[in-house]
Design a protein around this ligand. Structure first.
Ligand SMILES: [Zn+2]
Length: 193
């Protein structure tokens, strides 16, 4: 791959970063009436020239609405109304891991793509995220859509198809970031070597 192509790839990847976290709406994107607590909701990502638009809809509205486009991704979940302000917080450690993922996705550093992916997988295994969809790309990397079980945010994460022998090293970097023994800058410069 030449420099020009590689540059363009990173450019596209960077441009898309700010679109890669989408919160769940609280009203139906079609009829604009409130979504119902604990009732099914259809979530949809629509591909735009510069990213994704997210829609959250009553299943009935989604089924009956007319449209002339195909969703990039579509899944059915259960809408949960935002918790009251005095709700008990989750344990600190879990909060830290998903905060780190949000931070890394908005940080927009191509050198961190392996770390972002492994962190998302770790959050999925600890049942904080659920994978909703996956799209294989021409270069065999995969775009995976995760949804945060509690907040309903969707995260668009690139699965770089890590080789197994690199996995342990990346896991150690994630653990070092979570425990504070390494900074983001240190890990980023290790990864871009
Ligand atoms: Zn509706």
């Amino acid at each position: 791959m030449g420099f020009a192509t590689e540059g363009k790839l990173w450019y596209n990847l960077r441009m898309s970063q700010e679109w890669n976290i989408r919160s769940r709406g609280h009203i139906c994107s079609i009829c604009e009436k409130p979504l119902v607590d604990k009732a099914p909701v259809v979530s949809v990502l629509k591909e735009l020239p510069d990213g994704y638009e997210r829609m959250d809809c009553h299943p009935e509205c989604w089924k009956t609405a007319q449209r002339d486009w195909e969703p990039f991704s579509q899944w059915e979940g259960v809408y949960a109304a935002p918790p009251p302000p005095d709700a008990k917080k989750e344990p600190l450690k879990k909060e830290t891991a998903d905060e780190l993922l949000r931070h890394l996705i908005t940080l927009d550093d191509p050198a961190m793509k392996n770390v972002v992916y492994v962190l998302a997988v770790m959050l999925e295994r600890s049942k904080i995220l659920v994978e909703r969809d996956a799209h294989e790309q021409a270069d065999h990397t995969i775009i995976r859509i995760y949804e945060h079980r509690r907040t309903g945010e969707s995260f668009v994460v690139l699965d770089p198809r890590l080789r197994l022998e690199n996995l342990a090293e990346v896991q150690q970097q994630v653990v070092a970031l979570l425990s504070g023994t390494k900074t983001l800058g240190e890990v980023s410069s290790e990864e871009s070597k």
